[in-house]
Design a protein around this ligand. Structure first.
Ligand SMILES: Cc1ncc(COP(=O)(O)O)c(C=O)c1O
Length: 405
């Protein structure tokens, strides 16, 4: 089979592979605990469901404008005003197929072949592949101090003549780290000074803990003209538990939004109108569900941090937000893929290998499941890794014996 050189560089999704493996074990009756998930378990908000039902009942679901239906763009304008202190024009909003679709259209709009996109590591698994899909070159920036909080110098060190854009994702998947307002401010100024696009992937910005408040990149922007290269990405997937609806959006200059919309119009014609109405319902309906989710995740974060303490030698930063923690398991096993496979095979626990996020020796553990799952999952990991564990453990009603060192 002849496929493109670019396509050959695109890896398969490890998370999907793990999901498939876990599903196969489950279908055989295995009591799998999934600590690899990337979506909240709560239901979509009532407002979203009702709105989608109303629209579906008309049985007239047609093409919509390529940049998004006006009602959703209006809701996004209000959302941006509420959470970012700035109301964009409708011409500055594009609705995409999830936050992913919006980031992708933006990268397509700005990258020439060989141009570089810098982002802090650890990073969301999709950034390198998305950049490559646009014939660009991904450039991860590793914090020199070994933490999950990048410094401006870490980013500056990676900038070169071919750098076109910087992506900042805070709070961060996989570390849960929320970068400081000073760092965000410095990034805005740095990108303005160097004429770089700054893509703020804010998909987790309301899922933050310990009394933190959202940071708006606009507070630091000097250039809000049509030449602005600041792009803010958000969506309903995580905060409203609406991952399957595939609705996200970008707020950017009208000039860039027009180009992104042209691209989207030919690629997908925009996301499903039905899903867009559901997103309107979520954004305009009662907002208590977001706080409920946020506070559940915060207490889950405390549970997982408490449980992880029982694992001697595992290092982890306390997440400031999201529903992930990124744990250094290198004291037990340096090859994270091997460790992830081992845990799934031996104790039926799914955790995503850190190498996928640019950090070997780590595992990403999600705490979006139930407290029982978190506790049981970590207990099984401890049993599997601690050489002093009892010889046997009951897993899903079956006795498992340690036949490894
Ligand atoms: C950092 C980050 N950005 C974007 C997305 C994708 O969001 P959506 O499902 O809205 O495309 C994810 C999903 O895991 C994510 O972690």
């Amino acid at each position: 089979m002849s496929i493109s050189e670019m396509a050959k560089t695109i890896g398969d999704s490890v998370t999907l592979k793990l999901n498939a493996k876990a599903a196969a074990i489950r279908s055989q009756g295995g009591a799998v605990i999934h600590l690899g998930g990337g979506e909240p378990k709560s239901k979509a908000p009532e407002g979203a469901v009702t709105k989608a039902q109303e629209v579906l009942k008309t049985a007239e679901i047609r093409y919509g404008p390529a940049s998004g239906i006006p009602a959703l763009k209006e809701a996004v304008r209000r959302y941006t005003e509420e959470f970012y202190g700035r109301k964009p024009e409708p011409s500055q909003v594009m609705v995409g197929g999830g936050a992913k679709g919006a980031v992708m259209s933006c990268l397509r709009a700005v990258l020439n072949p060989g141009e570089e996109v810098v982002f802090p590591a650890p990073y969301w698994v999709s950034y390198p592949e998305m950049v490559k899909l646009c014939n660009g070159v991904p450039v991860p920036a590793y914090p020199e101090d070994g933490t999950v909080y990048p410094k401006v110098e870490d980013i500056v060190r990676k900038l070169g003549p071919r750098t076109k854009a910087v992506i900042i994702n805070s709070p961060n998947n996989p570390s849960g780290a929320m970068y400081s307002a000073d760092f965000i401010g410095d990034m805005v100024r740095l990108c303005e000074d160097r004429g770089l696009y700054l893509i703020m992937d804010d998909i987790y910005h309301r899922l933050i803990f310990d009394g933190r408040t959202q940071i708006s990149a606009y507070d630091y922007a000097e250039d809000l003209s049509d030449e602005s290269r600041l792009v803010v990405i958000n969506g309903v997937s995580k905060q409203y538990a609406m991952t399957g609806f595939r609705i996200g959006w970008s707020v950017a200059s009208a000039k860039l939004t027009k180009v992104m919309t042209n691209i989207q119009s030919h690629e997908t014609s925009g996301p499903s109108v039905l899903s867009q109405w559901a997103a309107v319902g979520a954004l305009e309906g009662p907002q208590g569900c977001v706080e409920d989710l946020r506070s559940t995740l915060e207490s889950n974060r405390d549970v997982v941090m408490g449980e992880l303490k029982s694992l001697d030698g595992v290092k982890v930063e306390r997440p400031d937000g999201t529903f992930y923690c990124f744990c250094d398991f290198s004291a037990y096993e340096k090859d994270s893929t091997k460790l992830s496979n081992f845990l799934l095979e031996k104790v039926l626990v799914v955790a995503v290998p850190g190498v996928e996020f640019g950090a070997e020796g780590y595992l990403r553990i999600s705490f979006c499941g139930s407290v029982e799952e978190i506790k049981e999952g970590v207990a099984r990991i401890k049993w599997a890794l601690d050489p002093d564990s009892p010889k046997e453990l009951m897993i899903g009603g079956e006795k498992v014996s340690r036949d490894w060192a």
